[in-house]
Design a protein around this ligand. Structure first.
Ligand code: CA
Length: 430
């Protein structure tokens, strides 16, 4: 009996060992401008059954941070570094700038690629990065999807919602293709939004009840839907609040691909390998700090820092409040949907925001400090800077210390280019 027990233990250990050394398939599904309130598992008005199913049978990451806009987030995802350390904390890369990366994978190609891979490389792990354009504006879903939301009279929100559901169908098709090709069981799927939803100018996104939106360091700009789904996970059906940052995924996947802890350490990533947290999601988190963003304009620091329960914001760039979703039956433009504007002391900017949601994008708000306790105030409604000045001082000192390592954006000028024999030529790359 004792021998049998030992054998069972050895077998279980051996299976665990095999599991831990087998390299899984890795899939990243990155949605563009998908807000916190734009998935069904956060908002029952959204129809995302495939995403919801994956999330609810995986591990939902409710404190997963990205950057306020595309280029910084994507740079961080691909390098494992904070954008402020690689000069990517500023504006998006323009299409004629001789710098950066262009990535695209068309969803209709995915099932073909998977079938081909399963046939030609059986058992070989693959990496797939699905960088959706959806649901970024312009939102132009097929009529069928828009009709699913026929009773939302706000044009932008209706079309946006239809676009999200169209994307959800693609996610469902991907999972089906994985199952059909026999590769699902050994696959890890990460789903996340690259920055907060954009509720302005008919773009239709929404981050309610979080504050702010795409482009700002308030939670609505930088905390997006995220989850990991995999049959390889031991504990699932969970929603956890451990801190994650977009820079964590490269070291995490590096680990899954077989890198040792030392090899990961040698890379000096800003991100950390979060696989131990995903393997033991009810245990302790690994992250205590996130540089939400850090930038400089002629000596003035712009940034936000999360440490444990606290978030310190220095010069948010523009003041924004809370945008309620246009509910079914509501009408009007996004500017009229600004919800409770909270206890702000800048009346002029609030008026500007409410009346001219376009111009507010160019407003600079300096000499503004915030301290929020996100554990009790995830909506960033109660500024504690006067109650907890010692924490403001400590976090400010930390931010200025971090800034010493900042790499300034290169801001390379756009080059002239054009199509030559159907190929885009920029004249800067031979
Ligand atoms: Ca984006």
């Amino acid at each position: 009996m004792k021998t049998r027990l030992i054998l069972v233990i050895l077998l279980v250990t051996f299976i665990d060992f095999i599991k831990s050394v087998e390299q899984p398939n890795i899939i990243i599904i990155l949605a563009d401008d998908l807000g916190f309130n734009d998935v069904g598992y956060h908002n029952p008005d959204m129809m995302t059954p495939n995403i919801d199913q994956l999330a609810k049978t995986g591990i939902i990451l409710e404190q997963s941070y990205v950057q306020p806009i595309c280029t910084p987030s994507r740079s961080s995802l691909l390098t494992g570094m904070y954008p402020y350390l690689i000069g990517r904390q500023g504006y998006p890369i323009s299409h004629k700038q001789p710098t950066g990366l262009t990535l695209d994978l068309y969803e209709e190609r995915v099932s073909i690629l998977l079938r081909e891979h399963a046939a030609s490389n059986p058992g070989q792990p693959f990496f797939l990065y699905m960088s959706h354009h959806a649901p970024h504006s312009p939102v132009e879903p097929p009529q069928f999807y828009e009709d699913l939301y026929a009773n939302i009279t706000d044009d932008g929100r209706r079309k946006f919602s239809g676009t999200v559901t169209a994307m959800d169908d693609k996610v469902g098709a991907l999972v089906q293709a994985l199952k059909d090709s026999g590769m699902y069981e050994n696959t890890v799927i990460l789903f996340l939004g690259d920055n907060g939803g954009n509720p302005l100018l008919g773009a239709g996104g929404n981050n309610w009840p979080l504050r702010g939106f795409k482009g700002v360091v308030y939670e609505g700009g930088v905390r997006t839907p995220a989850f990991v789904h995999s049959p390889l996970l031991k504990s699932t059906g969970l929603s956890i609040d451990h801190l994650f940052h977009v820079s964590d995924w490269l070291p995490t996947f590096y680990h899954l691909a077989g890198a040792s802890d030392q090899e990961i350490k040698d890379q000096n990533f800003s991100g950390i390998n979060q696989w131990p947290v995903l393997e033991n999601p009810l245990g302790e988190g690994l992250r205590e700090e996130i540089v939400v963003n850090l930038d400089d304009d002629k000596g003035t620091t712009f940034g936000a820092l999360r440490q444990g329960r606290y978030k310190y914001i220095k010069n948010p760039g523009m003041w924004v409040g809370w945008v309620k979703p246009p509910t079914r039956g509501a009408n009007g433009n996004a500017g009229q949907h600004l919800g409770d504007l909270g206890d702000v002391d800048n009346d002029e900017l609030v008026d500007t925001l409410a009346e001219q949601s376009v111009d507010v994008l160019h407003q600079q708000s300096v000499d503004v400090l915030h301290l929020f306790d996100l554990e009790v105030d995830p909506e960033e409604r109660f500024d504690l800077k006067h109650e907890l000045p010692h924490i403001v001082q400590e976090m400010n000192e930390r931010m200025e210390q971090l800034k010493e390592d900042m790499v300034y954006p290169d801001n390379i000028e756009e080059v002239e280019g054009g199509l030559v024999d159907g190929i885009w030529t920029s004249n800067w790359c031979e």
